[in-house]
Design a protein around this ligand. Structure first.
Ligand code: SF4
Length: 237
């Protein structure tokens, strides 16, 4: 974030080159939407599409991951935004197994949780256990603390979130995370290294112009550095 506006870069992290820039109001919702805009624009203008996208947890929502995985076929190297983890000894969603074949969850007592198919808040299905099962369950004190029967929410894009969860356990994910942090550090010094202490132009369109100029300067600097210190040859690294 810079000066009350969100500065969003799409960066080729292998080469530390800024591929696209988008200024937004400084809200997570707008910043995530800006990433979609930049990915689509880069594909349209340069015929460039990343194979993987590394980003932080703010981008690990079902909606964004669903778009990335199912629509764009881009591998997410993004930590999943988890809201269901619990630290109070009560079973969390991770303790319930998703039975893909039957399309329902299996609880720690081996009973199914099914959905009526009603979508809540435009993005969530609720899977409910049977009250009959929960009433006589020996694990009830660790599961249903308030409700008559346990229910588990499932994002409409949970399968895309599962793809991202699986990627989080890979070495490729760890490498992307390290690369992203290294590159982000380089771009985090706007104010200190570039004297970019305040915006001269007004409004969102002014911020957009200034952010583009800053990105051009940063890319020129990267290219100049590359002339002096070419990147190591991966074949001999
Ligand atoms: S309380 Fe219900 S949902 Fe929870 S483990 Fe027992 S049967 Fe399964």
């Amino acid at each position: 974030m810079q000066f009350g506006y969100g500065l969003n870069y799409l960066i080729d992290i292998e080469n530390a080159v800024i591929v696209d820039v988008e200024a937004t109001p400084a809200r997570t919702y707008d910043e995530v939407a800006a990433t979609k805009t930049m990915i689509d624009r880069t594909e349209r203008c340069f015929d460039l599409k990343p194979k993987r996208l590394a980003a932080d947890t703010a981008y690990g929502t079902g909606k964004f991951l669903g778009w990335l995985v199912k629509e764009k076929r881009i591998t997410p190297h993004i930590p999943v935004w988890e809201k269901s983890d619990r630290g109070d000894g009560i079973f969390s969603r991770a303790d319930f197994i998703w039975d893909k074949r039957h399309g329902h969850y299996i609880c720690p007592n081996g009973k199914p949780l099914r959905t009526s198919g009603t979508v809540h808040d435009g993005r969530t299905l609720l899977y409910r256990a049977s009250k009959r099962d929960c009433d006589v369950c020996p694990l009830r004190s660790r599961c249903c603390t308030r409700d008559a029967a346990r229910k588990i929410p499932r994002d409409l894009h949970e399968d895309a979130r599962d793809v991202a969860r699986r990627k989080m356990k890979t070495k490729a994910f760890a490498r992307s995370r390290d690369e992203r942090k290294r590159v982000e550090m380089r771009f985090a010094h706007f104010k200190t290294h570039h004297g970019f202490e305040r915006l001269r132009l007004r409004g969102l369109s002014g911020a957009r112009d200034e952010f583009h100029l800053a990105a051009i300067v940063q890319n020129l600097k990267t290219m100049a550095l590359r002339l002096v210190w070419p990147p190591p040859d991966p074949a001999v690294a």
